[in-house]
Design a protein around this ligand. Structure first.
Ligand code: ZN
Length: 243
């Protein structure tokens, strides 16, 4: 069912944000996307974005009609301010504080704030992000409370009544695949498998059943485990070629 709101989706070209984009395209009559270039090691994500957008447009004519402008924003200042395994060529490992060294402090706060600024200019009233508390490496800026507090802060600071929507917040990775299947059938699941990118190391050599990637970094492991659980429990409507 369509609402009157117009949405801006934080779209990185990965599995989660592509699922969020499909979710928004089912719900809002006008949807725009925003992506951030912050010197991330897996810049391959940014490279796959245009193709994913094109594929989503060809999946459903109503999605093509609703999907509007894509905004790319240069946030190179993140790699100037913070040295992490996300932006530097160092091994991914756990830190003493229990967070992986892929954690870029405040990154999602910054992303949402920049998105809110663009939404303000474009007259968009809903911000959609793929933040998830369930199995997302424990990043504190992915917490539901963080997003709710940020919604209040942004609306106070910009004098708006915008909503921050996080449709994946309480889903695990296998449920995220299920949501994709509900939104766009096996065609969307296949699109996400083949065209989106999640691997921290940026590898796209071999197409596994769960998609491209090194298969051993935390992002690949999470994606592969989720896909296999989804595949094992979804007895019908399996993606073609996934067996
Ligand atoms: Zn990987």
């Amino acid at each position: 069912m369509l609402t009157n709101d117009a949405a801006l989706v934080l779209f990185s070209g990965g599995q989660d944000s592509t699922t969020c984009l499909a979710w928004a395209l089912e719900r809002y009559p006008r949807v725009e996307t925003i992506g951030f270039d912050y010197g991330q090691r897996h810049a391959i994500e940014l490279a796959v974005r245009p193709r994913v957008l094109e594929q989503l447009r060809s999946l459903k004519p109503e999605w093509a009609a609703r999907l509007g402008e894509d905004h790319m924003v240069d946030l190179g200042l993140i790699s100037q301010l913070s040295k992490t395994a996300m932006t530097e060529d160092i091994e991914i490992e756990m830190q003493e504080n229990g967070l992986p060294n892929t954690f870029v402090p405040g990154r999602n706060l910054l992303f949402m704030t920049v998105a809110a600024t663009v939404a303000y200019r474009r007259g968009l009233t809903v911000l959609v992000g793929g933040m998830c508390e369930t199995d997302f490496s424990g990043y504190p800026d992915c917490r539901d409370d963080t997003m709710k507090a940020l919604q209040v802060a942004l609306n106070l600071g910009m004098d708006t009544r915008n909503k921050l929507e996080t449709p994946l917040m309480w889903l695990d990775k296998s449920q995220t695949w299920q949501l994709a299947e509900r939104l766009g059938g096996r065609q969307l699941v296949d699109l996400i498998r083949a065209d989106t990118h999640t691997c921290y190391k940026g590898e796209r050599g071999e197409l596994h059943d769960w998609g491209y990637g090194c298969g051993t970094c935390p992002a690949c492991e999470l994606r592969a485990r989720g896909y296999r659980l989804y595949h094992a429990t979804s007895s019908h409507n399996r993606p073609a070629g996934a067996d």
